[in-house]
Design a protein around this ligand. Sequence first.
Ligand code: COA
Length: 204
Amino acid sequence: MSTAPSSPPSASSATPGAEAAAQAPAAAAQAVTPAAQAPAAAVLVRRAEVADVPRIKSLIDHYAGEILLEKTLVNLYESLTEFWVAEVDGTVVGCGALHVLWEDLAELRTLATDPVFRGRGIGRTLSAALIDEARRMGVARLFVLTFEVMFFAALGFRRIGELDLNAEALAELRSSYDRGVAEFLELPYVKPNTLGNTRMLKTL
Ligand SMILES: CC(C)(COP(=O)(O)OP(=O)(O)OC[C@H]1O[C@@H](n2cnc3c(N)ncnc32)[C@H](O)[C@@H]1OP(=O)(O)O)[C@@H](O)C(=O)NCCC(=O)NCCS
């Protein structure tokens, strides 16, 4: 897949991962256009802003339940600083978040691409930005709980069984209110949600 953007990203936005700009349809307003037939355009990855929340929610809602954890609007506003979005021609077509769990561990979570734009590098471009951000923050290991094993394997994630965490970290994580952390720990009350998911880890 080409990595050359056909137009520059807007100057006002942060662009980590922009070098990984990918092919995507030219006009998001034409989201009904089958992705395979759409012309290439630049993907801009930037940090999320409050105005993005309704769109982020609709992206997540598309997969929420069996594939992604559901997020309420208040969840999204509260965790907005963790979120990044991908834009094509000014429309948000993907989102993803980075949730730090411990001194050496973060989770890449809530990665979602508009179904019409899937397979055009949006997810990979967003993931590259989130991985860069994790490195910048000094995180040593990045975790993901996913059905998309091939996609994450291509990004350098490897399947794992148990993650080695010391007793202090485990005890602290068990006291977290975050539902994603409960899934990470496979606590009994979230067990139905984690069935079939694969635990994967990337060393940064
Ligand atoms: C996972 C997801 C974000 C990928 O988004 P995407 O924008 O379609 O991914 P990309 O186009 O960047 O894919 C990059 C590469 O991975 C491949 N790929 C994408 N999804 C894949 C899949 N399910 N199986 C195998 N390969 C896949 C693409 O073909 C592409 O390969 P290429 O570089 O050889 O062309 C998207 O499928 C999605 O929203 N899934 C539902 C939510 C989810 O499961 N999120 C992950 C857990 S947080």
